[in-house]
Design a protein around this ligand. Structure first.
Ligand code: PEP
Ligand code: MN
Length: 338
């Protein structure tokens, strides 16, 4: 349920309605917007006495939200949410590119790639320090040492960093280093991890599960927002289909769907979405064209010897060429890229 306040309703009126909602055993989520203040109501397992709320001063109307996701829905919040990552704004006019290696492998590798992606115009450096691998015998990441390397790269190049947290034991430590905590595809429905991510004050990048529907992705984002963290960025990274010409099938139609259903920003990951370096450029172009707010791109200085995901990694030169092309496209699509 959504309580829409009059445009001119003072703060006291909003506070009063929030208090009443809490007294009714529900949770109030005040959402100040450009046009209006609305108060999202969650926690109602049965019929709510809407008339009690409707008769309070400053209340314009009550909207019953039929979708299973509430806080993430556009009905709750009609404006686009812009997630501010220490000054880098995801979900606004600017098209934001996050790039870097799949895994942080060494200090040297990370700094070389960070330098290259920074020069090419990426705003955020990616790199996994904790790697969720299919095989327990594969490289599992440098863990805290990897986080320290990322932090050094941030200092050196002025980039923000996004890195994955794979479990509830380490997510807080990851958040101490990261500007954005990534929840990977394999953990999209790890509800205890989502709840912990929801209690962080760090933005969260939530990737679509390997076989998750868009509604399931939005429900997982709802777990994070329900705990109080509003800074959620969604990521389309491809899903499993019968098609085997690519690693996954990048579901580009999910992007305009999410844009209509939700106010949250969504970026596209054509690296995992295709698994092939030669498909990253065309699918990046397409992602911008369908309305993605940015990209997550894997870049490696020596893809042939990468410890993970080498076949989908762009070289720094390929990445640079791609950025030149995207910058030329951006104005046509109403986006900006510095
Ligand atoms: C990654 O970003 O390196 C990663 C493991 O992605 P995903 O969770 O989408 O597979
Ligand atoms: Mn990867």
């Amino acid at each position: 349920m959504l309580v829409v306040m009059e445009t001119a309703a003072p703060k006291e009126a909003v506070d009063n309605v929030c208090r009443l909602i809490e007294q009714m055993g529900l949770t109030a989520h005040p959402m100040p917007g450009a046009q209006r203040t609305a108060i999202g109501v969650t926690g109602n397992k049965s019929q709510v006495d809407a008339d009690r709320i409707l008769t309070q001063p400053g209340v314009r109307e009550i909207i019953h939200v039929t979708k299973p996701y509430k806080l993430v829905s556009r009905e709750f919040y009609p404006d686009n949410s812009v997630v501010d990552v220490g000054g880098v704004k995801v979900g606004g006019k600017e098209f934001i590119v996050m790039a870097g290696p799949c895994s942080v492998e060494s200090r040297e590798q990370t700094l070389v790639v960070a330098d290259a992606v920074c020069k090419a115009g990426a705003k955020i450096l990616r790199g996994g320090a904790y790697k969720p691998r299919t095989s327990p015998y594969s490289f599992q990441g440098l863990k805290e040492e990897g986080l320290k390397i990322l932090a050094e790269a941030r200092e050196k190049y002025g980039l923000k960093i996004v890195t994955e947290a794979i479990d509830t034991d380490t997510i807080e430590m990851v958040a101490d280093y990261a500007d954005i905590v990534q929840i990977g595809a394999r953990n999209m429905q790890n509800y205890s991890l989502l709840r912990k991510a929801g209690r962080l004050s760090t933005p969260v990048l939530l990737k679509r599960g390997l076989s998750a529907t868009v509604e399931e992705l939005l429900m997982s984002a709802e777990y994070i927002m329900a705990e109080g963290n509003r800074d959620v960025i969604l990521c389309e990274r491809g899903v499993r289909t019968f098609a085997d010409h690519t690693r996954n099938t990048l579901d580009l139609s999910a992007i305009p769907f999410v844009k209509k259903a939700s106010h949250l920003p969504i970026i596209s990951d054509p690296s995992h979405g295709t698994g092939r370096k030669d498909k990253v450029l065309p699918l990046s172009r397409a992602s911008m064209a369908v309305g993605a707010d940015g990209l997550l791109i894997e870049v490696h200085n020596d893809p042939a010897n990468a410890l993970s995901d080498g076949p989908q990694a762009l070289t720094p030169d390929m990445f640079d060429e791609m950025m030149v092309e995207l910058r030329a496209m951006a104005p046509v699509l109403g986006r900006t890229m510095e």
